[in-house]
Write a protein that binds this ligand. Structure first.
Ligand code: NAI
Length: 320
């Protein structure tokens, strides 16, 4: 197959690129011609300490293969400095892959303020600061690609990861809105939900499964999402072991829980309609806040019609 997805004049920032997934992304982007800012604070898995070694090793690896890369040792909470590194060394910025991450796993009752704040600082504030610093450049050049990194622990929950799950879902919300705000300037934002062998997962996953979860199998998905020819925007893409899929928030068809606009909603009416409210058989993705709200208008109209004494009692069903 011809390798025609090139990034020759593009400048990429990959945060947390000194190891794991970020390293795999940086190597593949560089192989495809990009100039890469390899950002990594070089601390421990729980966010303590720092070192320039992690970023340096990956930069040397890229350069030894003839690629273009520069190291950046800032924490993502100082994301503006990372973007500054891109501008100073390569003169522009085209893509931000927000990948840096740490874990502070504890059962909910044992999570301290520090555990909570550090997780939100690195994952949420870090993605905010780095992306916001790149944003005006994206707008000016009418091009930008952003990746947010979520997690199955966010989408589905996971015991012992309340802080991490909350932060990872916050990034879905951030991406949803950036996709809307950026669309008119050809700025796309998507979420990757990876499952990969790294120091974050080495003691969580069974060893034989762990061995198959190579970050290199996810990197091509991220590279495609960041290419100028990819139209995908505002999506959540799940990927691992050489498989990828799209996730969506879906809503059941639901049920009206008062007959007419003049009726009160009672807990008993909710109870009586619970089976229909929660029936996911005809669930769908509203696609936009406008579509989601338009549905509410329709329900209101139905209730108004039902309040009209001229409407026959059985003309409109209680459930829709
Ligand atoms: P990793 O620990 O191998 O790599 C994360 C890198 O981020 C490390 O090199 C670390 O030094 C760097 N980093 C941490 N805090 C930083 C900061 N404040 N500023 C700059 N760099 C910092 O972990 P892995 O697995 O490659 O994780 C990458 C991302 O993917 C993370 O956001 C993680 O939460 C997410 N993720 C990983 C999954 C997996 O199965 N490995 C599953 C779901 C999400």
């Amino acid at each position: 197959m011809v390798a025609n997805l090139k990034f020759d004049d593009r400048v990429l920032v990959v945060t947390g690129a000194g190891a794991g997934l970020g390293r795999a992304y940086a190597l593949l982007f560089a192989e495809r011609g990009a100039s890469v800012v390899v950002n990594d604070l070089g601390g421990s898995r729980d966010g303590a300490g720092k070192s320039s070694n992690a970023a340096d090793v990956v930069v040397n690896e890229i350069k030894s293969k003839g690629g273009k890369a520069v190291a950046d040792y800032n924490s993502v909470v100082d994301g503006d400095k990372i973007i500054q590194t891109a501008l100073e060394n390569f003169g522009r910025v085209d893509v931000v892959v927000n990948n840096a991450g740490i874990l502070r796993d504890k059962s909910f009752a044992r999570i301290s303020d520090t555990d909570w704040n550090l997780i939100f600082d690195v994952h949420v504030k870090g993605s905010f600061k780095t992306t916001q610093a790149a944003w005006p450049h994206f707008k000016k050049q009418n091009f930008g690609r952003i990746i947010m990194t979520s997690s199955a622990a966010g989408l589905y929950g996971n015991f012992g990861q309340a802080n991490y799950s909350a932060a990872k879902m916050a990034l879905v919300g951030l991406s949803n809105t950036l996709a809307i705000e950026g669309a008119k300037n050809n700025i796309h934002c998507n979420v990757i939900v990876p499952t990969a062998a790294s120091r974050l997962t080495e003691d969580i996953l069974p060893p034989d499964f762990f061995a198959e979860l190579k970050p290199e199998l996810i990197a091509p998905v991220v590279v495609w999402l960041c290419h100028e020819s990819c139209d995908e925007n505002g999506s959540i893409i799940d990927s691992a072991v050489g498989w990828a899929s799209k996730c969506q928030i879906v809503r059941s068809k639901g049920s009206i829980i008062r007959h007419s606009i003049t009726d009160r909603v009672t807990p008993e009416a909710v109870q009586n309609n619970w089976r229909v409210i929660t029936d996911m058989d005809k669930a769908s993705n509203p696609g936009s806040i406008q579509e989601a709200t338009a549905g509410l208008m329709e329900h209101l109209e139905t209730m108004k019609r039902n309040a009209d004494p001229n409407t026959p009692k059985n003309a409109v069903s209680m459930t829709t």
